[in-house]
Design a protein around this ligand. Sequence first.
Ligand code: CDP
Ligand code: MG
Length: 738
Amino acid sequence: DAKDETEEYKEVDEREKMPHYEQRKWEEEQMSSATFRFGAKKKEAQEEYDLIIDNQIEFIQALSLPGKKPPKEPELSEKERKKQSIAETKKSLPIYPFKEDLIQAIHDHQVLIIEGETGSGKTTQIPQYLYEAGFTEDDKKIGCTQPRRVAAMSVAARVAEEMSVKLGTEVGYSIRFEDCTSQRTVIKYMTDGTLHREFLSEPDLASYSVMIIDEAHERTLHTDILFGLVKDIVRFRSDLKLLISSATLDAEKFSGFFDDAPIFRIPGRRFPVDIFYTKAPEADYIDACVVSILQIHATQPLGDILVFLTGQEEIETCQEILQDRVRRLGSKIKELVILPVYANLPSDMQAKIFLPTPPNARKVVLATNIAETSLTIDNIIYVIDPGFCKQNSFNSRTGMESLIVVPISKASANQRAGRAGRVAAGKCFRLYTAWAYKHELEDNTVPEIQRINLGNAVLTLKALGINDLIHFDFLDPPPHETLVLALEQLYALGALNHHGELTKLGRRMAEFPLDPMMAKMLLASEKYKCSNEIVSIAGMLSVNSAIYYRPKDKIIHADTARKNFFVPGGDHLTLLNVYNQWEASDFSTQWCYENFIQYRSMKRARDIREQLVGLMQRVEMELVSNPSETVNIRKAITAGYFYHIARLSKGGHYKTVKHNQTVMIHPNSCLFESLPRWVLYHELVFTTKEFMRQVTEIESKWLLEVAPHYYQPRELEDSTNKRMPKAVGKSRAELGEH
Ligand code: CDP
Ligand code: MG
């Protein structure tokens, strides 16, 4: 048996000098046949690949020959050339030959499932085909949802470019806190969450002629809920076309859900991808990534590299180490263009990943999961897959939510590998063992609806008048206890009455595209006369990238600057202080620079704040200010976040009040050293331990004031205080003093 095992492994070609890896023969049966199709196409593919390589060599030679200039095409202006190349690219996409058939199928059926490989042109082309076919006449729009903000923005930008229009005119996008559309917009990309909210103002989607639920295979919470909502709508809006588009795998399931809607398959074009596994598990996958990138760069033919990391921090670390090593190698290696991409990266930086790689250089893209299916970067030949992703997870027993790094599923691993075979034969380096792949990875990723807090979703559904959530038409229903917990939480927040119906407060909360706790905090600020302060805090908390700038070479300065902002009371008030000081500087860039604050994050906080102020006006809330009353500000925060309370226990650890979970104050918190007895936290992050991030000191009696139906006085008695007199009493008794 052991022998068979080893024979399955093919040693890597000596010439390639890749001692880290062993190659495993492609096991087609492990993959869904839909995911990786080559077979008959292989020869054709090889020829095409040879052609690409030949062209590349010729091109490079042309450039490097001294005195010989590359041939010029003087007849075409830059703009015309760009236009021509866009037209060519459009024609080369796998979806192009099916344009007419597809439009016909859409005319023939109200609901259509569209399945095609990532990169085949579904997201960018289908809305344009529909536009050309007249689906936007009669003042109706084509909508297309994306699970991710970055994807919605970058795809809209791309389509605007392809159609030679300015982004935000005919083609636009709408994401939470940012609407880049206008009266003229006919193709609108948006996040699934945004469409979910649009139902509140337009329950029949009357302004759309076609709705595309794109990247359906991602199965985000909002996409899953949209399935139920749109299924209902097509029943009474016979003129609305519904397209469910997905990369692979789930088409049959979607078809089943939508009353056996037909499936339109776009044949894939996929080149073979060789998979390599590490022989032993990697202790430090960031380091393993860096080593692998450099090995590929030094030993493999040109072609870009895509690396999958779990988040911004990891990407930045990897980028730093890599840049440092590249610098030290100097001219010994060819140019390596290092580009990060993650959700919070400013869009001009994101755009860079789509620029062509300079000749004789290699591009390496350090990406989050976003590059798995939502974004297609051309010319990727090598993929490095450490096998992890960041996932929202939720414990329905404790109600605790946290963002944790987890192993990916086999389906994800294969999707990632597939990214290497889009333009030519590729290679995928998995930083885990073949054994781990086979035995440790789950087959499929669990849909989000089954693993996250449903508070926000339930609130929106209730606001849509959907009262019976237990019988809502879910593709995969959430666990019963998660649903019940969400209902309980909304009840405790005062958003639902004891019949489970939306209260007046709940209706106002639903107006805000915020987590119910934050919405409650905002609304409670009215009572505590500090809405102006709370809305700034909400804006700051909603910026999910870093506020403080901490460059490696100026850590001490940066930390001193950060500490200068600390105010008594905790991190929420500190965030408010940062915002207020920035405002006092007239929102200056220079001020940010001098104080080690990220200007972009602040600008976003200000944008969000402004949006929220607009929404506050809509629910007739006044903007009142009381900056000296920090107790009231903290009480308003507590009114929203009374679920997130922990009390000091032994050894600087904290225990959450309701579930007695051990948590700690994050080292970046201004309360890290002072350890107050009672704290409120904004969120938990799990790294080495469960850390509370954005922590504020509170008094336990406030909990009885803001959530009397949730807390009993007994729970809030201070165990240390209680034990002390008893212990003293006892010792006194023992001493016979009574
Ligand atoms: O949706 P699907 O995965 O089927 O493909 P797509 O996103 O429509 O991508 C089609 C083509 O457009 C790919 O070759 C992408 O590289 C290209 N594209 C681009 O160049 N820039 C973007 N921002 C988005 C797509
Ligand atoms: Mg797509």
